[in-house]
Write a protein that binds this ligand. Structure first.
Ligand SMILES: Cc1cc2nc3c(=O)[nH]c(=O)nc-3n(C[C@H](O)[C@H](O)[C@H](O)COP(=O)(O)OP(=O)(O)OC[C@H]3O[C@@H](n4cnc5c(N)ncnc54)[C@H](O)[C@@H]3O)c2cc1C
Length: 407
């Protein structure tokens, strides 16, 4: 793709810049209702699900237009939208695999955040080895009956609907007996128990399903074809949302540079230290690498390609960057980096963190984001799993080198 801005792109950028200058709220929205209202404002302006097909409420926007909006959001310090799982990868999965009735029923309300979505894949004994999942869905004539337990369900406490993987045939090899469903979270058979995180918040949860009901019409794709559908979800989850992530890091990095200019140590500011400036510059360079990698994935989507295993490279890169970045932030902040709350305004974090799914109502802080920075190396597949995928499916290396040597 051509990464230079055309005259039309420049006009579009100016319009978007003017829109954000006029519309970003003075106080960041904190409660869920306020966040939904801000999300709705972004949707009405055409900035949510920009890459989605027009027939499903998107804009069919080109990757460059999406990149411009992401950049301008960062420049304006705009708060993140909500329903990131729905917009980022559950909606796109329904676009690819859903029936016309499912698309008509669910997609628009995902975009507008009228319905918040969660992902019910992981279980206590099925995380990296997801295909071992044991939650079952049994055919009860006109509907399915679901029993089992899910865990680490992001946005679970606020979700209206979930995308669910459940075993529908226990007698075949494990990958072949799984199906994918859409499930209403507001029903007697579902109990959501929020999990308390090290940050103090509860953005994710355990979900217990006891004779929960799924309508026959809410089976996604064919029966027992859930594994293939999960690959679509995970491909989008690992790759497609990265541009927004870069945006939020850029906001944060700009803020960190301001903090470094304010914070005085040993008679000079942190910014006066060439090593600090070098590390901030290095973070900027890494973010640019992430931006181009995200654009490459978007460019593939523009050509009709679904994100493939190469999304694992983007996922591994941003997860490990997140840890390095927040270690850098804390090393600059010194003792102030230990404050979860009460950081002086001049040194505070300002806007939300890159990993947020938009469900949090906590005030962002450097310390809280440092603690959260461990999470991306685990969710959407751990860093070790991404390395396995890159080795096997991108580089074509043998599956198990040691076993190979022993032959
Ligand atoms: C913040 C957060 C949000 C999440 N949100 C969701 C969600 O919304 N929905 C959802 O379904 N799940 C969610 N998850 C769950 C996440 O997908 C799992 O935690 C992840 O897949 C790892 O599974 P596990 O925790 O069972 O660890 P395990 O799979 O038990 O792994 C333990 C360790 O062993 C390593 N390991 C395992 N297998 C291999 C292997 N084959 N090769 C090399 N190393 C290996 C892992 O890398 C890890 O270090 C979330 C997790 C987090 C942390």
């Amino acid at each position: 793709m051509d990464l230079n801005l055309t005259p039309q792109d420049l006009q579009f950028r100016d319009r978007v810049r003017a829109w954000f200058a006029a519309n970003v709220p003075a106080q960041p929205p904190m409660s869920l209702d306020e966040r939904k209202a801000w999300h709705r404002t972004l949707y009405d302006a055409g900035f949510i699900g920009m890459g989605w097909p027009q027939e499903y409420g998107g804009q069919d926007a080109r990757p460059m237009e999406q990149a411009i909006v992401a950049d301008e959001m960062a420049r304006a310090g705009a708060p993140a939208p909500v329903n990131s799982l729905g917009v980022g990868f559950i909606g796109p999965t329904i676009v690819v695999h859903g029936t016309p009735a499912q698309k008509a029923r669910y997609l628009k309300k995902i975009l507008t955040a009228e319905e918040i979505w969660c992902q019910l894949y992981s279980e206590p004994d099925a995380g990296s080895d997801l295909a071992s999942l044991r939650t079952s869905a049994e055919d009860a004539g006109d509907h399915y009956v679901v029993n089992g337990q899910k865990v680490w369900t992001s946005s679970g406490p606020i979700a209206d609907w979930g995308i669910l993987l459940a075993r529908t045939d226990p007698h075949v090899p494990k990958h072949r007996g799984i199906s994918c469903f859409l499930i209403n979270m507001h029903q007697p058979g579902i109990t959501v128990r929020p999990l308390k995180q090290i940050t103090g918040g509860s953005e994710f949860s355990e979900v217990f399903l006891t004779d929960a009901r799924v309508e026959k019409s809410d089976l996604v794709g064919r029966l027992n074809d859930g594994w293939a559908i999960a690959q679509t979800t995970l491909g989008y989850e690992r790759g497609a949302g990265n541009l927004n992530r870069v945006t939020h890091y850029m906001v944060s990095l700009r803020r960190l540079a301001e903090v470094a200019k304010t914070l005085r140590r040993n008679g000079r500011t942190a910014w006066d230290d060439p090593l600090v400036r070098q590390k901030l510059g290095q973070a900027f360079v890494e973010l640019e690498v992430m931006r181009y990698s995200a654009l490459r994935i978007l460019s593939g989507l523009e050509k009709g390609r679904q994100p493939g295993p190469e999304s694992a490279i983007a996922k591994l890169y941003y997860s490990e960057f997140d840890k390095r970045y927040h270690e850098l932030a804390l090393s600059i902040l010194g003792p102030y980096g230990a404050l979860i709350e009460g950081t002086p305004d001049a040194l505070s974090k300002g806007t939300g963190d890159a990993a947020s799914d938009g469900a949090s109502d906590e005030t962002p802080s450097w310390a809280r984001d440092f603690l959260t920075s461990r999470a991306p190396t685990i969710y959407a597949g751990t860093s070790e799993i991404q390395k396995n995928i890159i080795g096997e499916r991108v580089l074509g290396l043998p599956k198990d080198l040691r076993a190979d040597r022993m032959k």
